[in-house]
Design a protein around this ligand. Sequence first.
Ligand code: PAF
Length: 325
Amino acid sequence: MVRTSALPASSTHDNNALIAVLGAGAIGQLMYHKLSVNTQEAQVNEVILIGRDKQTRHQQLRFIDHTQHTHEALATILGTDDNRLARVELLFVCVKAYQVEQALLPLLPKLSPQCHIVLLHNGLGPHLPVAAALMRYKDMGLTLGTTSQAALKLSPWQVKYSGLGVTQLGHYCGSVMSAALKTCLTRLHSDNQPIEWHQPVLPVLWQKLAINAVINPLTALNQCANGQLAATEYQSQISAIIDELVEVAKYDGIILDKAAVKARVYQVIELTSANFSSMYQDVAHSRPTEINEINGYICQQAKALHLNVPNNQYLVDKVLQLSKS
Ligand code: PAF
C-alpha cells in the first residue's frame, strides 16, 4: 500500500491542526505510522515529523506492520524554523530520555499556544524540567506515557513492528487534553492494541521503571537477550533492585505492590525473551544510554530521601563505565 502524506510547502489546510512526532527512532516512526492511519472514529489530521535541521524536507518512510504488509509514506520533516510549527496542537515526544529537554524546550515558543505535549520515553525525570518550563505557557498541557508496543529499525527510515502491546497515558500538568485530540489517539488503537488512561499516571510509570531498571542494565552488562534474565543466577539481584525501587517509590508517595511488580517484570522478560533491550543495543553501538533516567532516577530520588540503594547505584556505575570504555 502506498500512502502519500507529505505536507505541501503552501498547504491548503492552513487552518487544520497538525499532529507532530519529535524523534524519528523506532518508536517515533512507529507512532508516526500509527497516527497516520485513518479510522472511522478519528477525523483526518495531518501528521508530521519534526527534525533537527532548520529547513523542512520530505522523506520516504517504510513501515512493515504485524501482518508483514509494507506501508510507504512520504513524510514531511518540519524544520525548526518553519512557521507551520505554530499549527502543532499535539506533539508526541519520542526522543531518548536524555534528549527531551534539549530537543523540546526550544520548540515550546514556536508551537501552537494550546499545544498538548505527550512524553513517551523510558525512565523518569525529564517530566520535571518540562513541567517547570510549561508554567510559562498557561494553555499547554502535559501527558506522560509509556508503550509496550515495539518496533525495530531496519535502516534509518525503515521500521518493522516487533511486538504488539499496550500504550498507557495519563495527564500530568497544565491543560487537560481536549476530547478532539483524545479522539486522534484512537488511531493508536488500530490492530486492537489498547490505549489505557490512568489517573494518576505516575504509579504506572514507576511500574515501567521497574521493568527497565531490571532488564536494561542487566542485559547490557551481561550481554544477553532479555529472556536470559529468567535464569536463577539473576533472581537475588532482580529482587534487590525491585526492593529498593519499591521503597524509594513509597517515600515518594507511590505505593507499589512488590509481588505484582516482580511478577510483571518476569512477565515482560518472558514476553520479550528474544529481544535485545534498548540499553543492550545502545551499549553495543557505543551510543549514550538512558541509565541516568532509569536506575539513576531511583538513586537521585533516594539521595533526596536519604535512602540507600546500593544495588541500583552499582548498576549505574557499571553501565556508565561500560559506555565510557
Ligand atoms: O527498553 C527496552 O528495551 C524495553 O523498554 C523493554 C521493555 C525493556 C524490552 O526490551
